[in-house]
Design a binder for this molecule. Structure first.
Ligand code: AMP
Ligand code: MG
Length: 488
């Protein structure tokens, strides 16, 4: 069966890529294939758990209809602007229209050098491939918009980092790979028609409902802001720290992208960050909304020539729109957090109730994930679970009285509330020590069992699985802080 690739990006945005071929893999092995995602893509994709699939996912065969290319983009990295980044280790095979009629990119990541590779080798080691597979699929299961992982392959080739590591390739699926950085790239050309072409393509692909609007570029800006602020508010609700919120890692679609140094926070501390290269904590948990705003301001700058012929008018309009984002973000965040504690209709006082809880959690360094999960259990009489997370139970007990009173203003403090809360508050997340263990076993021992086991838990995050207590607990406290590294 043919894969029916389409190549609209190649056709419509000729100034934004170079055609590129993947390197061949010496002795590829399929480590994991995502059957449920393949189902979404269509029956011909389901057949790819096969030797033919491996040929494609390893870069050894270019499937019929595909026009592989690497995309150009710029980006602010840790606040500094790089005019030319681009896909240095990724190629887009093409697009597929899925069973819901949505156009999705199929990309190989780690498949060799491209013209954007600069000093890099264009490769990925297997560790970061498995890490992205685990965490992006966990995010999807947590109902957070994200790029997906279709296949993880070991290439059989060595990759040289600080030491020699096994190479890997991830097949990534995204609703597109257009980033704020892609707009910055268009902007660096100074060519209005390029900015317009990229905007029109993005509107058609992601925000079709505004394509006929009179002020469609203003609406486009607002729509991207809305998608992104919703996304970041959802990250905050599950304790996700992206780790590298550079403008080249921020999609126009509103999907989470780039799982290099990301990690989930365990004990609640709003200043948490894990990335080894983020020495100042620029991308710490609590800074994420501020960085979101900063990145959206960079996005706004790229649209100035499109909004109005008079530059000052454009700036005024975009500045006014930007000034509303923080309030909109705060509302989105309040909604996310209210739902986590069982509140559906927000009232005065709810913000304080949530902040009071977060303060107690912070003082006690309570586990972010388990507090919310065990609040649900508290309702059905399993009070010890929650109380075990706090050394000093006085404060949390006082808070619970306020919480119960608040819930009873609106509804019932009963089993159905518990059930509802358990659909929102996960029990299984990719905890750092579990991810590290799974990757160590895979890489050092070629034992993939812990990886598969962890994957099956984090892709089923809300329903309790029997005999799985080890998957719920935070890591024991050690002197050595957890650090993550960019996924190259
Ligand atoms: P990232 O940190 O993944 O957002 O990547 C930032 C930039 O570095 C992008 O342009 C990547 O394509 C590029 N890059 C990262 N790793 C490699 C590599 N191993 N070889 C070539 N380019 C790379
Ligand atoms: Mg990136």
């Amino acid at each position: 069966m043919e894969l029916n690739f389409e190549n609209s990006f190649a056709k419509e945005l000729k100034d934004f890529y170079e055609f590129t071929k993947a390197d061949k893999s010496t002795s590829p092995k399929l480590i994991k294939f995502n059957e449920s995602l393949a189902k979404e893509l269509g029956p011909e994709w389901e057949n790819l758990k096969s030797d033919y699939g491996l040929l494609i996912f390893s870069g050894n065969v270019v499937p019929k209809g595909s026009q592989p290319l690497s995309q150009a983009y710029s980006g602010h990295q840790f606040g500094g602007f790089s005019p030319l980044l681009g896909d240095g280790r990724a190629i887009l095979l093409g697009e597929v229209i899925d069973k819901d009629n949505i156009r999705r990119d199929i990309q190989l990541k780690g498949s060799g050098r491209t013209i954007f590779s600069r000093g890099g080798d264009g490769k990925s080691s297997l560790g970061p491939v498995l890490r992205e597979y685990l965490i992006s699929e966990a995010m999807h299961s947590l109902n957070i918009p994200t790029t997906r992982a279709l296949a993880a392959v070991s290439s059989g080739d060595d990759v040289l980092r600080e030491k020699v590591l096994p190479g890997g390739i991830l097949t990534r699926v995204a609703s597109s790979h257009i980033r704020v950085g892609t707009f910055q790239y268009a902007s660096t050309t100074g060519d209005l028609e390029k900015i317009r072409a990229l905007s029109d393509y993005s509107i058609n692909r992601h925000y079709k409902n505004i394509s006929q609007k009179k002020e469609k570029y203003i609406d486009f800006f607002e729509a991207v802001c809305e998608s992104q602020l919703n996304l970041v508010s959802k990250w905050m609700g599950i304790g996700f720290i992206h780790g590298v919120m550079n403008t080249d890692n921020m999609t126009i679609s509103g999907e989470t992208i780039d799982y290099g140094p990301c990690a989930f926070m365990d004990r609640y501390d709003p200043n948490t960050f894990f990335s080894s290269i983020d020495t100042q904590g620029r991308y710490a948990y609590l800074n994420q909304p501020l960085i979101l705003l900063w990145n959206l301001a960079r996005f706004a700058e790229t649209l100035i020539p499109l909004i109005d012929k008079n530059e000052q008018n454009s700036i005024n309009i975009l500045t006014q729109k930007l000034s509303l984002i923080q309030g909109r973000y705060e509302n989105a965040w309040l909604k996310v957090m209210s739902e986590k504690i069982g509140i559906t209709v927000i009232q005065d006082g709810d913000l304080k109730l949530i902040n009071d809880l977060l303060d107690i959690m912070k003082n006690e360094k309570a586990d972010f994930t388990l507090v919310f999960r065990y609040l649900a259990d508290f309702i059905i009489g399993k009070e010890d679970l929650l109380l075990s997370l706090f050394e000093n139970s006085k404060k949390i007990n006082e808070w619970i009285i306020n919480w119960k009173n608040r819930i009873e203003k609106e509804g019932k403090f009963d089993k159905s509330l518990c059930t509802m809360m358990k659909k929102i508050n996960p029990l299984y997340i990719p905890r750092n020590h579990l991810v590290e263990y799974a990757l160590d076993e895979a890489l050092l021992e070629e034992n993939y069992k812990p990886f598969y086991n962890l994957l099956s838990h984090v892709t089923n995050p809300f329903d309790e699985i029997s005999s799985s207590e080890d998957y719920t607990l935070p890591a024991p406290i050690t002197d050595k802080p957890y650090k993550t590294f960019c996924g190259t």
